[in-house]
Design a protein around this ligand. Sequence first.
Ligand code: RFL
Ligand code: PHB
Length: 391
Amino acid sequence: MRTEVAIIGAGPAGLLLSHLLADQGIDSILIETRSQQYVLSRIRAGILAHSTVELLDAIGLGTRLHAEGQEHRGIYLQWPQERHHIDFVDLVGRSVWVYGQTEVTKDLVSARETAGQAMFYEVSDTALHDVDTEAPYVTFTDSSGAAVRIDAAVIAGCDGSFGPSRAAMPESVRQTWERTYPYSWLGVLADVAPSTDELIYAWHPDGFAMHSMRSPKVSRLYLQVPNGTDVGTWSDDRIWDALAERLGHGQDGWSLERGPITDKSVLPMRSYVQTPMRHGRLFLAGDAAHIVPPTGAKGLNLAVADVALLAPALAALLRKGEERLADSYSEDALRRVWRCTHFSWWMTTMLHTSADPFGAQLQLSQLRWVASSEAGAMGLAENYAGLPIGF
Ligand code: RFL
Ligand code: PHB
């Protein structure tokens, strides 16, 4: 089988890349280890930055997002006895949208299906070959057990943090930077109307807590827990009690409404960057090249920003034989990657608590500065609402 771009991974990065390439008349084939059902039901990100919304609008995929998503002007930053609204629209003129990654994925899958995109789900043994030649290829076993080979001009590694693309970069050229954090998030989805109009990020001596949402009827909430926490040790009542305590139930007349918990999971927190994002005819995009802890709501938005750079670079390379954008892709993408890596680290270390009384005072001082100084608030707003595509 032959195509111009073999895309490994049908998460947001891979699906969006196939869409943007098709807009330029470039053929691609998508291969994915999971079933379509699994990809469409995975609970992940919830916040779209301004630049992501602009891009989805520009390619005609913003209709359901505007009809069913919720536009937020900002977020609340909180610590015991205090809650402050950071208004991104006032500060930097940009808003964010609550629209689940699951919904973005559904919109992309349905657009790709309508366009007749070639997609293989439930593949195994994915392997990349000859990436430093002009004739790379991908091999895998399809869902019926048949061995398949796809020859391509380019391979796009959009296979997330566990895929094989990252390791297909020769060890002699690749470099990694990594930070693990001494805490995880316990995330729950609950069938209850959100108790807040916009997201609450709460510092608390017992640990960070966050109140997010998916719709007017579904809340998404998180609690900082120690690494290695077993979900089984957190009953629904224990979760609601901890959320009530950390989010300030009963303070200034605010109350946290409880409801049935429909999903519970523990997520480790990690920062990771692998460079370069291109070697020969292999280009990495999204979580395949970098992971950020979720506190800055940046992972999905970074994946979108990578692909927004990669698609025109591949179009110039494959249609006009121009190498310039392809050559600068890694450097161009990494500027934003490191900015978002820093922002996500900053939000994470400002809000998660540990047994360090000196550190706690610094965190509280930083939070007070962000909430009370326009310069402080603007820094958060500019990074959170999203730097323009091409930053
Ligand atoms: P994905 O979504 O992981 O997709 C990669 C796909 O590749 C497939 N794959 C393979 N396919 C073929 N062959 C192989 N050998 C393969 N190995 C893997 C996988 O099955 C998968 O379908 O990566 P992509 O497309 O780069 O997208 C990245 C985002 O999914 C990720 O950054 C975000 O979900 C991160 N994130 C958030 N980002 C935000 O922008 N805002 C948020 O509010 C936000 N919240 C979150 C998050 C991530 C979370 N978790 C679960 C880590 C909240 C959470 C809880
Ligand atoms: C979410 O709704 O899942 C979410 C929102 C903001 C974050 C992380 C996760 O920073």
